[in-house]
Ligand binder design. Structure first.
Ligand code: F6R
Length: 622
C-alpha cells in the first residue's frame, strides 16, 4: 500500500499535492515526496523520510517548489527500507544529491503496488547501462518506461503499454515525461487509482479523499488501461493504443467516509482488507509452490538442528504465538514455548543456544518485544522477527525477518496484522516441517492449496455479518463475557476476548474450557454470556459439555463452530458458523466473527472504535 496523487492544471501544484497526500497518509507514512515541473523547465523532486509533515516543512508548505504539474507519493515500504533515497518519486536519470533533485530526467514517476519480477527487469536494464540509486521496484519501473520510450520513439502510450506487458504484479503508476510538460500519464493493474476532472484541472489519486476538495467528478481507470491527463481533460487508452470512452461518476460520500473507503470506521475497513492481506502475505513468500523467504537466511541445517522455538510478543501478537504453538508443534514436532515479552525479559530465561526465538510485532517498535529480542541476541540465540512495518527497530535488529503484508493498520485494535501474522506462522511451520521431514511434499502442497482458500472463506463469513450485528446489539449491555475453548480454540478465545474488552469496555475473559471447574465457574450467573469456540473435531464434545455446565447455572450460550455441526443448536442459544478448513488453520476463520462481535458491541455502545480509551497503536514504553 502507498498513496499517490497527481495534478495537472493552472494553479501551483505542490500545495495541492501535499494536501492530497495528507488525506492518503493512512495508506503509508514512512516517507513522502513530490515531483513538480514548471512548464518545460527541469523537474524538481523533493523527498523526506518520516511523516508527511517533514516534507511539508522541507518544501515550505509547497511554496518552495514551483510549477503547475506534479505528482506526489506517501510510502509504505515494500522493497527497500524507509529512507529518503528509497522514497518516491523516482527518476530515469542519475543519483539524486541531498534528496532534492533538479535534474532533467526523461521520466519521473510514482508507484503503488508490487512489481514481482523487478529483479529480472533490473538485470535487463543494467545490461543496457542504466544505473540504480535505490533498492525500490519503482525505480525499475520508471527506468523501464524510459527504456521503451527511447527505444521505440513512438511516444508515451507505447512506452507504457510495453512496460505493462513486461511487468508482473500490481501497480498504479503515474509518470511525467520531459517531452510532455504539463501532462501526467498513468497506468494501472490491480492497484486502486481514480482520476478527477474539473474546469482547467485534472487529478489522479489512489483514493477519493485526496481530491474531494477539488472535484467530485471522477473516472475509474480499468485494469491494464492507460490515461493521459492534461489540464481539465483526460483520455484513456487500452494496451493496443486504441482510445476508450468512459463515463464520469459523481462521488456522493462525505470526505471522512471516503477516507475510510465508505466504511464507518478504519477497524471495519481493515477487517474487510484481511482476505487481500492474506493473499499478499502468501504470495510474497511462495512462488510456484516453493518457499522463498527473501529476508530469512536460515539454512536447512540450522532448521534441522533447532531444539526449541520461543515465540515472544505482546497482546494480540502474543495470541498469534499461542495459536502458532499448536501448529508448529504438530507440523514440525519441535517444542515451542510462547512468552509474554514483558515477562520474558525480566525472568532471566535459560535459553538453549540451539534454539530460535521468534519475535512477533505489527509495529516493530513495541518496547518489551524489542528488549526481548536484544536479550535473546545477547544470549547467542538466533532471532527471527515477524513484523509488519518495514525498517522498524525490531526488523532492523533481528537476524532474520518475515514481513507480513498487511499494509498500514490504523485502527488501534489489530485485525489484519493479526491475520497475516498467523499466515506467517503457517508458512514457517510448513517450511520447517518439510525440511525436518515431518510433512511430505504432497501434504505440503495440499496444505498450501488449503491456505489459499482462506481469503474466500473469510469473504463468506463477512457476507453474514448482519446476524452478528443483531446478536451483538442484543448483548451490548452485558457485564461479563467468557470465551472458552480447548487447544487452538483456546488461542482463538484469547483474541476474541481481547477484541471484546479493548473496544467495547465490557469485562471479558478467555478460559481454557477445562479450567472453568477449577474456580471460575462460580462467576457464572443468570444471563452471563458464554461464547464457546469449537472448531477442533476431537475436542468438540468436551467443550460442549463445559458449555452445558455453564448453561445449567444460568448462562446464555453462543457457539462458534464449523458448518455441519448443526446438532449444537439443540444446546446453544445462538450459533455462528464458519466454513470448514484444515484444523490447523481454523484460527484464521474463527477470529473473524469474534472481531465483528467486538466491533458491533462497541458501535452499539456508541464508543470510539478506532481509538479506544487509554490505548495507543504502538506501545514504545514498557
Ligand atoms: C490489540 C493490539 C495489541 C498489540 C500489542 C502488540 O488489538 O493491537 O494488543 O497486538 O500492543 O503490538 P505490536 O504488534 O505492534 O508489537
Amino acid at each position: 500500500m502507498c498513496g499517490i496523487v497527481g495534478y495537472a492544471g493552472n494553479k501551483q501544484a505542490a500545495p495541492i499535492l501535499l494536501e492530497g497526500l495528507s488525506k492518503l497518509e493512512y495508506r503509508g507514512y514512512d516517507s513522502a515526496g513530490i515531483a513538480v515541473r514548471d512548464k518545460d523547465k527541469p523537474v524538481s523532486v523533493v523527498k523526506a523520510k518520516g511523516r508527511l509533515s517533514k516534507l511539508v516543512e522541507k518544501t515550505d508548505e509547497g511554496h518552495a517548489v514551483k510549477g503547475t504539474c506534479g505528482i506526489g507519493h506517501t510510502r509504505w515500504a515494500t522493497h527497500g527500507e524507509p529512507s529518503e533515497i528509497n522514497a518516491h518519486p523516482h527518476i530515469s536519470g542519475c543519483e539524486p544529491k541531498g534528496g532534492t533533485i533538479t535534474d532533467d530526467s526523461g521520466v519521473v514517476g510514482v508507484h503503488n503496488g508490487i512489481i514481482e519480477n523487478f529483479q529480472e527487469l533490473k538485470d535487463k536494464l543494467l545490461r543496457h547501462d542504466y544505473k540504480f540509486y535505490s533498492e525500490t521496484d519503482t525505480e525499475v519501473a520508471v527506468k523501464l518506461v524510459d527504456y521503451y520510450y527511447n527505444k521505440y520513439g513512438i511516444g508515451p502510450i507505447d512506452a507504457l503499454a510495453k512496460t505493462m506487458v513486461r511487468v508482473r504484479g500490481s501497480y498504479a503508476l503515474a509518470v511525467m515525461f520531459r517531452d510532455y510538460p504539463g501532462e501526467i500519464w498513468v497506468a494501472r493493474k490491480d492497484s486502486p487509482m481514480i482520476i478527477g476532472v474539473t474546469k482547467g484541472e485534472s487529478f489522479v489519486a489512489s483514493d477519493v479523499p485526496a481530491i474531494l476538495k477539488y472535484t467530485r467528478n471522477v473516472y475509474y481507470i480499468g485494469n491494464l488501461e492507460i490515461a493521459r491527463l492534461t489540464p481539465g481533460d483526460v483520455h484513456f487508452y487500452n494496451l493496443d493504443g486504441d482510445e476508450i470512452r468512459k463515463e464520469l461518476t459523481e462521488i456522493t460520500w462525505d470526505a471522512e467516509a471516503a477516507e475510510k473507503g465508505g466504511y464507518e470506521h478504519f477497524m471495519m475497513k481493515e477487517i474487510h482488507e484481511q482476505p487481500k492481506a492474506i493473499i499478499d502475505t502468501i504470495n510474497a513468500s511462495v512462488k510456484d509452490n516453493e518457499f522463498c523467504f527473501k529476508d530469512i537466511n536460515l539454512t536447512p541445517e540450522m532448521i534441522r538442528n533447532f531444539k526449541q522455538i520461543y515465540i515472544v510478543a505482546c497482546g494480540s501478537a502474543y495470541h498469534v504465538g499461542v495459536a502458532a504453538q499448536y501448529v508448529l508443534e504438530d507440523m514440525v514436532r519441535i517444542p515451542v514455548r510462547v512468552e509474554l515479552a514483558s515477562e520474558f525479559r525480566y525472568r532471566n530465561p535459560i535459553l538453549d543456544k540451539d534454539s530460535l526465538c521468534i519475535l512477533v510485532s505489527q509495529s516493530g517498535e513495541t518496547a518489551d518485544t524489542l528488549a526481548a529480542l536484544r536479550l535473546a541476541k545477547e544470549k547467542g540465540v538466533r532471532t527471527l522477527a515477524v513484523v509488519n512495518v518495514i525498517g522498524s527497530s525490531i526488523a532492523r535488529e533481528a537476524d532474520d525477518i518475515f514481513y507480513t503484508m498487511a499494509g498500514p493498520e490504523i485502527a488501534v485494535a489489530t485485525t489484519k496484522a493479526y491475520s497475516t501474522q498467523l499466515i506467517a506462522f503457517y508458512l514457517l511451520a510448513l517450511w520447517f516441517g518439510r525440511i525436518r521431514e515431518v510433512i511430505d511434499h504432497d501434504r505440503c502442497i495440499a496444505l498450501l492449496d488449503e491456505m489459499r482458500t482462506i481469503p474466500a472463506k473469510i469473504e463468506k463469513i463477512l457476507e453474514d455479518k448482519e446476524r452478528l450485528q443483531w446478536f451483538a446489539s442484543k448483548f451490548s449491555n452485558a457485564h461479563d463475557i467468557f470465551f472458552i475453548g480447548r487447544g487452538i480454540d483456546f488461542a482463538i478465545s484469547l483474541e476474541g476476548s481481547l477484541k471484546m474488552k479493548e473496544i467495547s469496555y465490557i469485562h471479558s475473559e478467555a478460559y481454557a474450557a477445562g479450567e472453568l471447574k477449577h474456580g471460575t465457574i462460580s462467576l457464572i450467573e443468570d444471563g452471563t454470556l458464554i461464547i464457546g469456540v469449537i472448531t477442533q473435531g476431537a475436542l468438540y464434545e468436551k467443550t460442549i459439555s463445559n458449555m452445558v455446565e455453564c448453561k445449567s447455572r444460568g448462562a446464555y450460550l453462543m457457539g462458534l463452530t464449523t458448518y455441519g455441526n448443526y446438532e449444537i443448536e439443540d444446546r446453544a442459544d445462538f450459533v455462528a458458523y464458519i466454513p470448514k478448513t484444515d484444523e490447523h488453520f481454523t484460527t484464521s476463520l474463527a477470529v473473524i466473527p469474534l472481531q465483528l462481535m467486538g466491533y458491533y458491541m462497541a458501535v452499539a455502545r456508541g464508543l470510539d472504535v478506532d481509538k479506544p480509551r487509554n490505548l495507543a497503536k504502538s506501545v514504545t514504553v514498557e
